[in-house]
Design a protein around this ligand. Structure first.
Ligand SMILES: Cc1cc2nc3c(=O)[nH]c(=O)nc-3n(C[C@H](O)[C@H](O)[C@H](O)COP(=O)(O)O)c2cc1C
Length: 393
């Protein structure tokens, strides 16, 4: 693919001035691309420091996870989805879930799910005033049965008028930009609802749109259709960010340029690979960075684990039974290590076991980039779990 791919809105190089330029105005002092900052989407008055954004993932993108991604150079990161009904009533647990660190997260981008305009308005206000959100996002994308059957998430796409009313309510209530995460439509048979809906959401006050190019009924099956993301971007003036199936830095940059987008989101591929954001920045500047060695992988895993422990205390050992799995890819004796970590009830012991396995890998000179940076066990669709078994419904 050529970096000069032309669309009606011009080439990617046209939009960015032909080269990475200082553009981010958020004052963030974190990691940067090798040659400085690279402009990301401008959402209302905020400009993200680069176009590579961590996708919202329920049960995954908590503060420790987002922090690692910011440190690795992410241009933005979206929280786990929070219930508007709970937040409207200032639910303690939901507010706790929206913990942030202002020194790291700028902007703090909170995703809400809901279906009632008054409740979303109140929730957006609480997100801003009490959780410190700089951007609030409306989830019109989640395909989980529990969410869709109660009329939330992707089910909203069946009622475009309601989607617009929700965005209007949120934009009217909160003095921060509102974004919307979308799928192309509910069912492929009905066609891409989003192409008509996008301009209406823009008129209703949305500051940016994010499109994961699979219909809601497809859940995570098949492949994301990025041509629909480009068509949406041509239909509106606000920035459009694409999401779906990015497994490595090359693909991220390829899709960003090919479809002339303001940004791309990375989701599943970042699990256990926060450095993917650094790799994206290098790739965009034509200075590919080598994949990390075992020491960096170990340090990222240990840091992730300690951040979770700091947040949740000794109970962290249960969460680490899944989190550490992401980092065991390619380690010699990984199956034995995983079984051992899952039996342990002490975080210290889990981390000792993990560090010992890395020492063994170093001693043996094992390849830290084994075959697939993207994982050892690609499933149908090219992704572990691409069948759609992510949500516990
Ligand atoms: C475990 C998991 C949880 C997710 N939770 C959310 C969510 O809460 N809100 C949302 O808009 N999308 C959610 N998504 C969808 C992702 O944001 C993303 O659009 C999708 O995974 C496709 O991108 P990827 O192929 O890079 O993972 C989730 C995806 C996964 C795998």
């Amino acid at each position: 693919m050529s970096a000069e791919t032309t669309t009606r809105a011009g080439t990617y190089a046209d939009r960015t001035g032909g080269a990475p330029t200082p553009g981010a105005a958020d004052g963030h002092a974190g990691a940067r691309g090798p040659g400085g900052q690279i402009p990301g989407p401008s959402i209302g008055p905020l400009t993200l420091r680069n176009p590579f954004i961590l996708a919202p993932m329920a049960g995954v993108t908590d503060l420790p996870y987002r922090r690692l991604c910011w440190e690795a150079g992410a241009g933005g990161a979206v929280s786990e989805m929070a219930s508007a009904a709970a937040l409207a009533h200032r639910g303690r647990q939901t507010l706790a879930m929206l913990a942030t660190d202002r020194d790291v997260e700028r902007p703090f981008w909170v995703q809400l799910f809901g279906k009632d305009p008054a409740s979303l308005a109140a929730a957006a206000r609480t997100a801003v005033l009490e959780a410190g959100a700089d951007v609030v996002d409306l989830n019109c994308a989640c395909p989980a049965r529990k969410v869709v059957s109660s009329g939330h998430g992707g089910a909203l796409l069946k009622d475009p008028d309601l989607c617009c009313r929700l965005v209007e309510a949120m934009a009217g209530a909160a003095d921060v930009p509102v974004t919307v995460k979308l799928r192309p439509g509910f069912r492929a048979e009905d066609g891409p609802t989003v192409l008509d809906l996008g301009p209406r959401l823009e008129a209703a006050g949305a500051g940016a749109l994010i499109l994961h190019g699979r219909y809601v009924s497809e859940r995570f099956g098949g492949r994301a259709d990025w041509s629909l993301v480009e068509r949406l971007a041509r239909a509106v003036k606000i920035p459009v960010v694409g999401s779906g199936d990015i497994q490595d830095a090359r693909t991220a940059v390829f899709l960003l340029k090919k479809h002339n987008l303001a940004g791309v989101m990375l989701g599943r591929a970042t699990r256990g690979r926060p450095w993917l954001f650094r790799e994206c920045l290098g790739e965009l500047e034509g200075l590919p960075v080598p994949p990390p060695g075992w020491e960096e992988r170990r340090d990222a895993a240990l840091r992730h684990a300690r951040l979770i422990e700091r947040q949740t205390g000794p109970k962290a050992c249960y969460r680490l039974r899944s989190i550490l799995m992401w980092y065991t890819r390619g380690l010699p004796g990984a199956a034995r290590l995983r079984a051992g970590i899952c039996r342990e009830e002490s975080v210290d012991r889990q981390l000792e076991m993990f560090a010992e396995a890395v020492d063994e890998a170093l001693a043996r000179g094992a390849d830290p980039d084994p075959g697939a940076e993207a994982g050892e066990d690609p499933a149908p669709g090219g992704f572990p779990g691409a069948d759609g078994d992510f949500f516990p419904d």
